[in-house]
Write a protein that binds this ligand. Structure first.
Ligand SMILES: NC(=O)c1ccc[n+]([C@@H]2O[C@H](COP(=O)([O-])OP(=O)(O)OC[C@H]3O[C@@H](n4cnc5c(N)ncnc54)[C@H](OP(=O)(O)O)[C@@H]3O)[C@@H](O)[C@H]2O)c1
Length: 292
């Protein structure tokens, strides 16, 4: 079988995905905080689990976790790494807050930390292999999101996106998710031919901890909406994400194909922009090399 690395496995989508991966018999490399409970649950299902504790708002932690993962793989302690799932994410309630490296927190955790992890580990993947990044439809506006007051992305130069700002939290979140799409398209041009890059959108899962910085009333509404039949939740979307990482059915995916739970959809034209993709790649190299 195979090994899979996943970030942010401690709760909700990450936890449900981790347990689905365990049920598929994968060795697991868990990267994030608060790992012991989910690691125990995965072991109870028979998985071999390695806990790589890292706060993804610290690039030094990310690099250390990548080095530890590489060592486990290079020494044959775990089986070949066939999938990397960049699941961890947050929507910081205050876009003036920065990571340990001085970058705006949402951009730092959702995007930059994963760009660092992939930079450090993509050559450690054994082809055929998959890199699955977490996207969100909030990168563009539609009538439902307008009604629910969900902010769409407002793109600008990535060095500026990485700075603390006065953006509403939703705008910073949507910008980070649009960055994931641009990055996925560009990443496919830089990895070995046997590696497919995919972007997974789990569907709107109200009531997860993503909105933990939101006012209590908004969180209560989210929890209530999450109980409606047909609304996405981690228990359904987690196994779908595990499937995209491992199942033969999805082996053909590459070029940042956008998967909404269990079907591929076309990303909007705004998500395909060669100039922005190239600029993001250059700016990311700069941000990862130079302290803010
Ligand atoms: N919820 C939705 O409707 C929705 C829709 C589209 C896309 N997504 C995406 O799906 C992914 C999972 O979302 P979710 O709803 O399951 O969110 P969640 O309940 O907030 O879980 C987020 C995970 O990320 C981890 N994380 C956050 N900041 C971290 C940090 N600094 N260092 C290490 N780990 C960190 C959390 O760890 P801790 O437990 O230690 O905090 C947790 O495991 C995210 O990428 C999100 O953007 C969600």
């Amino acid at each position: 079988m195979t090994s899979v690395l996943i970030t942010g496995p401690s709760r909700n989508l990450g936890r449900a995905t981790t347990l689905a991966l365990a049920d598929r018999g994968a060795d697991l490399l868990l990267v994030g905080r608060n790992l012991s409970a989910v690691a125990g649950e995965a072991r109870d299902r028979g998985a071999r689990v390695h806990e790589l504790t890292a706060d993804l708002s610290r690039l030094a932690d990310v690099r250390a976790a990548a080095a530890a993962a590489k060592n486990l793989i290079d020494t044959g302690t775990v089986r070949p790494l066939r999938a990397l799932i960049a699941n961890a994410g947050l929507m910081s309630g205050d876009t003036r807050r920065t990571s340990a490296d001085g970058h705006e927190l949402t951009f730092a955790v959702n995007y930059l930390a994963h760009a660092q992890l992939v930079a450090d580990l993509h050559t450690t993947l054994t082809a055929p292999a998959r890199i699955v990044l977490l996207g969100s439809n909030t990168y563009h506006q539609n009538i439902w999101r307008r009604l629910l007051n969900v902010a769409e992305a407002r793109w600008r130069d990535p060095l500026d996106l990485a700075r603390p700002s006065d953006d509403p939290p939703g705008v910073a979140y949507s910008n980070a998710k649009l960055a994931i799409l641009y990055y996925a398209h560009e990443l496919q041009r830089h990895v070995a031919p046997g590696i497919g890059v995919t972007v997974f959108e789990p569907g709107w899962m109200p009531g997860t901890a993503l909105g933990r910085d939101a006012p209590p009333a908004a969180r209560a509404v989210g929890r209530a909406l999450g109980r409606f039949p047909g609304v996405a939740n981690p228990e359904r979307s987690g196994p779908a994400l595990a499937s995209v990482a491992l199942d033969d059915r999805w082996a053909h995916l590459r070029d940042g194909a956008f998967v909404l739970r269990d079907h591929v959809i076309e990303a909007k034209p705004v998500a395909h922009d060669r100039a922005r993709e190239r600029r993001l790649w250059e700016a990311t190299a700069h941000l990862l090399a130079v302290p803010a």
